[in-house]
Design a protein around this ligand. Structure first.
Ligand SMILES: C[S@@+](CC[C@H](N)C(=O)[O-])C[C@H]1O[C@@H](n2cnc3c(N)ncnc32)[C@H](O)[C@@H]1O
Length: 342
């Protein structure tokens, strides 16, 4: 019976890019299992399903296939960077596989700083970044900051899932005006997967994103989705120790736009290519072209950067050293690693 039912589910979800993965997870979920191996085993042994399980499965397949609810929201939990069963709840952003690569970059930076340290996660969302990193760094503690009360509550629950609730504190605030509470020691590492989607790209996003996830987790603001990133670059230097690290997930066009702003001595040759990525780390060296900002964008960049009294666009190269830009595992330039100059 399970074979026939599973084949029907597969067929109903066949239009989805992750149709097979969804089918396996949903099937396992109704059978009471956490892992896709439960579905595989049931199909292999051709187990029977109860009428209740069949009805439940049908409703989940409808949510996934017709309503396009993200798989993670339906299942309600997801593994991230070695931690099992983080709670996932709409509309807080679902954890993405590429963000695990950001967690890994942040881990490497943190390990360089030592066994004890202080971490800030800006825009913590479900909290998976801060919680999974602190779960590995037993001597570290940190702060998770988010503008959304719902997201921050989820961060707190997920800190408990990862067993780091004593090491993480939670701040509700806007990164453009927030400042660390007085007495907070400066951070050794700041990690952030900020909203970075340009407004004009929203329309091309999958229904799972547009209809189910909080727009505040997506839209990065002008120019080109970099508004919040620039604001963070302007404000974050005093939050970090000299030599402290800032690791950001960004949109694939952003590294080549930000590079000339942060490293102007290398020029901004519009049609030329520069080496953006060091031949180490996650992405191997490759060349990509620089995208200089037009005048209007520069004005917006200046405003975003200086918002809340942070350093200006012109001062960025004096406070940040470009440590590297990295490709994600799909080959897209996705991560930026900066170090606060001493
Ligand atoms: C792309 S999500 C990242 C969530 C989580 N860190 C992750 O990687 O899955 C961005 C998060 O930033 C938060 N956010 C948006 N604007 C913010 C702001 N101005 N200040 C602080 N947090 C903000 C959103 O609520 C959202 O949770």
């Amino acid at each position: 019976m399970a074979r026939v039912v599973f084949a029907r589910v597969l067929q109903k979800l066949s239009q989805l890019p992750d149709g097979k993965e969804s089918a396996l997870y949903l099937f396992s979920h109704v059978l009471g299992g956490d892992s896709v191996s439960v579905a595989k085993e049931a199909v292999r042994r051709n187990h029977s399903l109860t009428p209740q399980q069949l009805t439940h499965l049908e409703s989940l397949v409808h949510r996934r296939g017709v309503l396009r609810e993200p798989l993670q929201f339906i299942v309600g939990h997801w593994d991230f960077y070695g931690v099992k069963n983080f709670i996932v709840q709409a509309p807080t952003l679902c954890p993405r596989p590429e963000t695990e690569e950001l967690a890994d970059l942040a881990m490497r930076a943190a390990e360089k700083k030592g066994v004890c340290g202080h971490l800030l996660d800006v825009g913590s969302g479900s909290g998976v970044l801060a919680a999974s990193i602190l779960a590995r760094l037993k001597g570290w503690n940190g702060i998770a900051l988010d503008i959304s009360q719902k997201a921050l509550e989820l961060t707190a629950r997920n800190a408990a899932v990862a067993g780091v609730e004593r090491n993480l504190s939670f701040e509700l605030g806007d990164m453009r005006s927030w400042a660390p509470p007085s007495g907070t020691p400066p951070f050794d590492v700041i990690v952030s997967n900020p909203p970075y989607i340009p407004e004009e790209e929203m329309i091309s996003l999958a229904p799972e994103v547009i209809e189910w996830e909080d727009p505040r987790a997506l839209l990065g603001g002008s120019p080109g989705g970099m508004g919040l990133i620039l604001s963070l670059l302007g404000r974050a230097p005093p939050w970090l120790v000299p030599g402290g690290h800032l690791l950001l997930e960004v949109s694939h066009g952003h590294p080549s736009t930000l590079y000339p702003l942060l490293c102007p001595s290398l020029g901004t040759p519009p049609a030329e290519t520069i080496h953006l990525l060091p031949a180490s780390g996650l992405g191997l060296g490759r060349t990509i072209s620089c995208t200089p900002l037009c005048e209007e964008d520069v004005e917006m960049a200046k405003a975003a950067c200086a918002q809340g009294g942070g350093c200006t666009l012109a001062q960025l190269p004096d406070v940040w050293a470009w440590e590297g830009g990295y490709l994600d595992s799909f080959g897209q330039p996705r991560f930026i690693h900066l170090v606060r100059r001493g």
